[in-house]
Design a protein around this ligand. Structure first.
Ligand SMILES: Nc1ncnc2c1ncn2[C@@H]1O[C@H](COP(=O)(O)OP(=O)(O)OP(=O)(O)O)[C@@H](O)[C@H]1O
Length: 303
């Protein structure tokens, strides 16, 4: 039997007065997946996440999480979902360990060992009051608190903001381990480069509408290459213009430069080989660039 999706929304819509923040979202996330939810500032990511964890009531449509209605069964949803908000609320005078033991007791246990193990991986001192922690360390503490109960679903709003590269790596490792034991993760970000190391699929939200959902391995298969060929004589641009997938073609003096997906490279090499080639360069673009090429300059990650 195929598992029911961990997240399933239908026509999920949220307006704040006249502002339509989320427009008829249909999204499914399966068990064991890491889903990267991308969008520029104000696109509606936080609104979606708050709807999924039952902190906001939809204007219309439904959100099912772990088979529960996110709004009417929000108590049960909170028990089974780990949520990291974009602005984590910590008690200034409580230490990290006091936060962990408070949350553990709310979940009916006194066991803070999982929190301590996570803190070691993030190199975080749980003995200091939250008010004495740097921004990055507060973020680490908030992550420890969201992850410590090993919830079936993690909903994380911009989780890597403020983390140094070592802490980011620890975070990605923990997320991966979480999914290998059946957990599911939804994480938001405004840049692909932050989620590409860990996401299985990404969705792009723009002005409240989901404009694309793509598997990361599909995107990698379509990854653009930058090609530059130098010839001993001048060449005609038209010989390269007709090759499927070729974009940003620039023919100047004795050189041809373009971007092209991997499948077009063979045709480019064959067209070039009709002339005397004196130099040839071909380098894979980073995924962010490929992504922008397919989803336009208004896609997230322009900076
Ligand atoms: N409580 C609110 N009252 C009125 N408008 C709101 C409220 N919360 C969000 N909005 C508006 O809804 C839209 C979506 O906001 P949201 O915070 O969901 O976007 P986001 O993608 O999370 O942005 P960011 O990356 O900046 O956090 C924005 O136009 C925002 O101004």
């Amino acid at each position: 039997m195929v598992d029911a999706p961990v997240i399933s929304t239908r026509g999920l819509t949220k307006s704040y007065g006249p502002t339509l923040a989320l427009q008829s979202l249909d999204l499914q996330v399966d068990r064991g997946e890491v889903f990267g939810y991308l969008g520029p500032n104000g696109a509606g990511k936080t609104t979606t996440l708050r709807l999924l964890v039952g902190l906001l009531r939809p204007t219309s449509g439904t959100a099912q999480v772990l088979g529960l209605d996110a709004w009417s069964q929000s108590v049960e949803v909170h028990r089974r979902v780990g949520y990291l908000s974009g602005e984590p609320g910590l008690y200034p005078r409580l230490t990290g360990l006091q936060h962990a033991s408070y949350l553990a007791r709310l979940r009916g246990t006194r066991d803070t060992a999982p929190a301590q193990a996570l803190a070691r991986r993030f190199d975080l001192d749980l003995g200091r009051p939250a008010q004495d922690l740097s921004k990055g360390n507060r973020q680490k503490l908030a992550l420890v608190l969201a992850l410590m109960s090993r919830p079936e679903l993690l909903v994380l709003d911009e989780p890597t903001g403020g983390l140094d590269p070592l802490a980011q790596q620890a975070f990605y490792d923990i997320v991966r381990e979480h999914t290998t034991t059946g957990g599911t993760v939804l994480l938001s970000s405004h840049v692909l480069s932050e989620v590409q190391r860990v996401a299985d699929r990404v969705g792009v939200l723009r002005e409240g509408a989901l404009v694309a959902v793509e598997r990361l391995d599909t995107l990698r298969g379509r990854s653009l290459h930058h090609v530059r060929v130098a010839f001993s004589d001048s060449v005609d641009a038209r010989e390269f213009l007709g090759i499927t997938g070729v974009r940003d073609l620039v023919v100047s003096d004795h050189t041809v430069a373009c971007s092209a997906p991997e499948v077009a490279i063979d045709a480019i090499v064959k067209a070039a080989a009709r002339h005397t080639v004196v130099d040839f360069e071909c380098a894979e673009a980073d995924l962010e660039e490929t992504f922008l090429a397919y989803y336009g300059q208004e896609a997230p990650g322009v900076r």
